[in-house]
Design a binder for this molecule. Structure first.
Ligand code: C2E
Ligand code: CA
Ligand code: CA
Ligand code: CA
Length: 273
């Protein structure tokens, strides 16, 4: 038993060391990633569940080194801890807005673009300047842009972050609360901030018609949003049933693998534009 215990400790230490090295590796590689143009944006279609028509996209970052594509869960947290997220975030804003500008050329009904912004970026006004400069530069109306925030951003709730969020909405962009229904999202948070869209987290999509817990939860969140005058987007729509459920609840917009996975700019242009 003693021997086993020791082995386990060794394995544990090995694992810790491996994790530490992996982090360090990513931190160092991140420093070169922008200059080497290794970041790409993928775009996931946002759909009106009633007629399955396209209303816009969410931009989701990918990091490609040679043929290996890293997803955000492998590097966003590290980028936040090392403040590198600020520079990455500015790149995301410009790339997403310039792409939207291109896609909306000559469209009768313009598409929207949702951009994920980290709590770290809401620490100074650079983000506000970047958004307004890009809107001007690429001639995109502000109301087509939805800045997606998480609970963490609202929890910071400093004077500065309040002013930054206010400036973003005064500029005409929408603010949306991501992962709604998880964590500590409370009515207080919602009414204390200029949020006007909530995204119901994918973990709340009912598994089937017997999943009364999630069905009730989503219904509750939707009616709460309606009382507060917030628009709703459902995430994680993976099946026809999910899509019908969204229709039933009058959820205006939805995203998920049922409609489309996030795709490269090239693939989106081929399929949708
Ligand atoms: P999120 O904003 O909640 O994005 C939704 C995630 O769910 C995406 O993962 C998307 O690919 C995935 N997804 C979409 N449809 C479905 C579905 O039907 N079923 C399931 N199971 N998953 C679905 P992804 O692209 O790996 O992004 C993960 C997270 O990384 C995002 O969560 C967001 O918080 C963060 N992130 C992504 N891009 C950026 C960015 O440019 N900046 C910042 N700060 N964070 C980003
Ligand atoms: Ca999001
Ligand atoms: Ca989400
Ligand atoms: Ca998330």
């Amino acid at each position: 038993a003693k021997k086993l215990g020791r082995n386990q400790i060794c394995c544990f230490e090995d694992e810790m060391q491996q994790k530490f090295h992996q982090r360090l590796k990513i931190e160092l590689e991140l420093r070169e990633a922008i200059n080497k143009q290794q970041f790409k944006l993928f775009y996931q279609p946002v759909i009106d569940p009633i007629n399955e028509s396209l209303t816009g996209f969410e931009a989701l970052i990918r990091w490609q080194i040679n043929d290996v594509i890293r997803t955000p869960d492998e590097f966003i947290e590290i980028a936040e801890e090392t403040q590198q997220i600020s520079a990455i975030g500015l790149w995301v804003i410009e790339e997403a807005i310039s792409t939207l500008s291109k896609w909306n050329q000559g469209r009768r009904k313009p598409l929207t673009m949702a951009i994920n912004v980290s709590a770290v970026q809401i620490g100074d006004f650079t983000v506000v300047e970047a958004i307004s400069e890009c809107l001007l530069k690429y001639n995109v109306p502000a109301h087509l842009i939805e800045i997606e925030l998480t609970e963490t951003t609202l929890l910071k709730d400093s004077m500065t972050s309040r002013q930054i969020l206010a400036s973003i909405t005064e500029g005409g962009c929408h603010l949306s609360l991501d992962d709604f229904g998880t964590g500590y999202s409370s009515i207080a948070h919602l009414s204390n901030h200029p949020i006007d869209i909530v995204k119901i987290d994918k973990s709340l999509m009912p598994i089937n018609s017997q999943d009364i817990r999630n069905i009730a939860l989503v219904k509750g969140l939707v009616s709460m949003a309606s009382i507060l005058g917030l628009r709703v987007i459902a995430e994680g729509v993976e099946t026809k049933q999910h899509s019908l459920f969204c229709q039933e609840l009058n959820i205006g917009r939805a995203q998920g693998y049922y409609y489309s996975r996030p795709k490269s700019q090239h693939d989106i242009e081929k399929e949708y534009l």
